[in-house]
Every structure is written in C-alpha cells, then in structure tokens.
Design a binder for this molecule. Structure first.
Ligand SMILES: Nc1nc2c(ncn2[C@@H]2O[C@H](COP(=O)(O)OP(=O)(O)OP(=O)(O)O)[C@@H](O)[C@H]2O)c(=O)[nH]1
Ligand SMILES: *[C@@H]1O[C@H](CO)[C@@H](O)[C@H](O)[C@H]1NC(C)=O
Length: 445
C-alpha cells in the first residue's frame, strides 16, 4: 500500500471545518456570461494555424484543487503527489500542470489584505518547478486557452461503502457524487464553482470518481476515458503518494524552491539578527536544485536554536502531544544549555496574548515580526516561508508534533544536508507518556 506520509490523516478539526465550509459560498455572477470558445480557439489549438504546429503533439492541461479547509503545507504535499501523476502522463502525452492559485486559506486571516488569486511565483521559484515537470500559472492557462473554460472536471471522492477491512486494492470508478456538488449549472448549462476566485471560469462537464489509490491511478482515465484538452481534478488530496520518500518524491520536493525574494529576506534577517551566513554555516545553496547534492551531516547551521510552535487549532483541542508555553520554554532553555547556544528563533502562529506571555517567559527570543507593509507584500504565505527558511538554517531545530509546517522544515533541512539528529525533534506534551519523535525521511537522489 502506498504510504501517505508521516501524517496519514487529512486533518479537519471542527473549527477549521466550519470555517472552511463557510468559505464555500458560490461567487457572485459575472457581469456578462462568457461565450464558450469555438473549438479551434480552445487550449492548445491557438497555434494550429502555424504550419509547425501541425506536427507538434497536442498540449493537454491538468488542473487540480484541494479541499478548502486544508492548509498551505498540506497543499504543498498534494503538489508532490500530482507531480508524479504528471510524470506518468507525460510518458504517453504532452501534459502540462496548471498551478492552482493560492487563496482563501483558513489560516490566512490577516485583516485588510485580499489573499486570493495569488500566483505560485509569490512563494515558489517557477523556473525551479519547471526543471521537474512543465508548469504554468493559471493566468497563463487562461491566456493560452482562449477562454475561461475547463472542459472536464472530475471530483475525487472515496467509496460510499468505505474500505473493506483487510483487503487493500487500488481502484477507480465513475460513481454518483456522494457529497453535495460544489458546482452549479448556470443558465447556459455551464458549471460555476470556486475556481480559485476566478469568477468567470466555467466547467463544461462535471462528474465524480471514487478512488482508492495513489496519484497515477488516474492516468489511464485521463489518457483513455476522456479526450478533453483541459481536465481538473478536484479534491485531489484523495490521491495518495505514488511512492512517499522515493527518488521521484524528493526530486519534486527539491524542485519546490522558495521564491528568491523571500529567501533574500530570510537570509538578510539571519545575517542581521542571528549572526548566520551561508559561508560560516556551511549551507551553500545552488540556484539550480538539480545541481545540489549535499552530503548528510555537512551543514552546520547558524548559531541559534530554531523553534516551531504550532498553536491555535493545535491547542484548542487540548491535545496531549502539544506542550503548554511554560513546558515549551523549559525545553528550549535546556536545549540552549545543552547546545551551548545563546540565541533562539521562534516561528509561531500563536495569538497575541500567547506571544506576550512567551515574551515574558523567554525575553531573549528572536522572531520575524513584519511591518504592515511587509505583511501586505509577502502575505501570510510569504511570512510562513520566511519563518520556515530561517528555521531550516538553524544549528538545531525542534518543531510541533504532526504539524505539516514542521514537516516541511524537516525536508528543507534534509535538502541542506543537516545531520538528522539536529532536525527530527519535536516538543512533548506534559502529560504525554510515549513521546515518539518524528520519522527521519532520508533524502534520495
Ligand atoms: N508565519 C508563520 N505562520 C504559521 C506558523 N505556524 C503556522 N502558521 C500559519 O498557520 C498555517 C498552519 O497551517 P499549515 O501548517 O500550513 O496547515 P496544515 O497543512 O493544516 O498543517 P498543520 O495544521 O500545521 O499540520 C500556515 O499556513 C501559516 O499560515 C509559524 O510558525 N509562522
Ligand atoms: C474507462 O473506460 C474503460 C473502457 O471503456 C471502462 O471499462 C472504465 O469503466 C472507464 N472508467 C471510468 C472511471 O470511467
């Protein structure tokens, strides 16, 4: 059976779920209903009047979306799964992945800034992604396809009858939709839906696929059962990894290089406040990730302890594996002493009152505190990236139990070549009996 990664569950605590559902209202109608493009103008046909295009293989577009309550870092994991599907498809046909714009994430609640239709280039380096699989932004898809139409939408779901005990088999079938469809027909018989906040986008056909298996199980359907030029897989988190932790997994993960402008901000902060530079820390980064292969244990990291304290919905459920702030600070102090470090960088989503308490308990802590302008510029996602980048360069890192935010830091440090002992650490809850530490997922080249 394909592993789904260290966190098998698809987390949805109640408050997240409720907020996620509240966000599902159908967008208001556009001023004028769009006309469907004549077939010749649809995706990939645009160049067909050019003589050379007659022989070029037809481009097909894969789009996807994820269950609204899922956060930034789980979505990064879904990208890895979809990338392996694209690799499988490309063995037979010329498929391109359309990057789903970011937005309306439950955690991205900073007031007064509009966080929808955010292109991937705000957080990731597009040329780096392209060295793994061909990707384009949604806006480019719109420009290329001559109209805001997605020809086929498959909504992925489980099986109504559930999983049968003891028998695991990979399967995929067209089935009636189990949940209420998040798409509705307009008066032209086109499907409207969320579509990442692009109100003018329409689907031409929508159907549901029950699926149990890894991402590439969809490949035969896309290659044989539909000839649509653009296909969207909604609820793509239902697909598992083709091979979690394998070479293909790591290639895709390595290609998810953070956008340069965010790395620059993080590096500048390290230099200024943490006496941390790549030369001294032995964390040289190659712009071309395919050229980067660091021997494990060679990275030293900056002279500070990196901490990720996931709070908010992680403490509202009174989880046993998450410490109190007092407990976390006690651990931080003992680590500082053991590692003979003086500085500690703290990344956290804690609310203001908790931050104030933390400042009292740990006055020397260093945090990246954005000005309003910086928040507007980088947005919640960019700040998460900056925090992760700084944690990834620490001499020693300790994170929060089963937080995908912490998991992504583990991977970043694995890529940089840190000794696993300095990476796969987490806080323990005060009442936790068996505080199991995170799994080491060794990088594969
Ligand atoms: N800047 C910053 N943001 C954080 C931090 N911890 C959590 N967040 C925010 O809260 C979100 C946490 O959710 P994610 O980890 O992305 O979401 P998820 O995939 O549901 O993952 P977990 O809930 O952590 O397993 C992030 O996307 C950030 O926006 C942090 O230390 N620094
Ligand atoms: C795909 O086509 C094959 C062959 O016609 C058919 O057996 C199968 O049920 C189809 N699968 C789906 C999911 O529609």
């Amino acid at each position: 059976m394909a592993a789904q990664g260290p966190r098998g569950r698809l987390a949805s605590s109640l408050p997240r779920l409720l907020l996620g559902l509240a966000a599902l209202a159908v967008p208001p109608p556009p001023a004028a209903a769009p006309e469907p493009p004549p077939a010749a103008l649809r995706a990939g046909h645009a160049a067909s009047s050019l003589p050379a295009a007659a022989t070029a293989p037809r481009t097909r577009y894969l789009l996807y979306d994820v269950n609204p309550p899922e956060g930034f870092n789980l979505r990064r994991d879904v990208y890895v799964r979809i990338a392996s599907l694209v690799k499988t498809l490309r063995k037979s046909e010329n498929w391109v992945l359309v990057l789903p714009p970011w937005g309306r994430l439950y955690h991205w609640q900073s007031p007064d800034i509009l966080q929808v239709r955010i292109p991937w280039s705000e957080f990731f380096d597009i040329p780096s992604l392209n060295r793994n699989i061909p990707v384009i932004e949604y806006e480019q898809f719109l420009a290329e396809s001559g109209g805001p139409f997605i020809e086929q939408i498959y909504v992925l779901q489980g099986y109504a009858e559930g999983w049968k005990e003891g028998t695991w088999e990979e399967k995929i079938n067209e089935r009636p939709c189990i949940d209420q469809l998040m798409y509705s027909k307009d008066k032209h018989e086109y499907y409207r839906g969320w579509f990442w906040g692009y109100e003018e986008t329409r689907g031409l056909t929508v159907s549901c696929l029950s699926v149990q298996g890894s991402a590439s199980i969809v490949a035969p359907i896309l290659l044989k059962n539909t000839s649509a030029q653009s296909v969207m897989l909604d609820r793509a988190e239902n697909l598992l990894h083709d091979h979690y932790g394998g070479k293909d997994y790591w290639n895709t993960r390595r290609s998810m290089v953070f956008a340069k402008h965010l790395r620059v901000v993080g590096d500048e902060f390290r230099r200024k406040y943490l006496q941390s530079t790549d030369e001294a820390d032995r964390t040289h980064y190659k712009e071309d990730w395919t050229q980067m292969k660091v021997k494990t244990g060679t990275a030293l990291g900056g002279p500070y302890l990196g901490v990720h304290l996931r709070r908010k919905d992680f403490i509202w459920g009174h989880r046993e594996d998450v410490p109190s702030l007092q407990g976390a600070v006690k651990k931080i102090r003992s680590l500082l002493e053991m590692l003979k470090l003086e500085k500690v960088f703290v990344a956290t989503d804690a609310v203001e009152e908790e931050i104030e308490l933390l400042k009292k308990l740990l006055p020397e802590m260093v945090r990246f505190e954005p000005s309003w302008e910086e928040l507007e510029l980088y947005k919640d996602g960019g700040l998460a990236v900056i925090d992760q980048w700084i944690c990834a360069h620490a001499r020693y890192f300790i994170g929060t139990s089963v937080s995908t935010f912490s998991f992504r830091i583990h991977e970043e440090r694995e890529i940089l070549g840190f000794d696993p002992k300095t990476t796969y650490n987490r806080f323990c809850g005060e009442t936790e009996k068996n505080c199991e530490q995170p799994t080491h997922w060794k990088i594969v080249y």
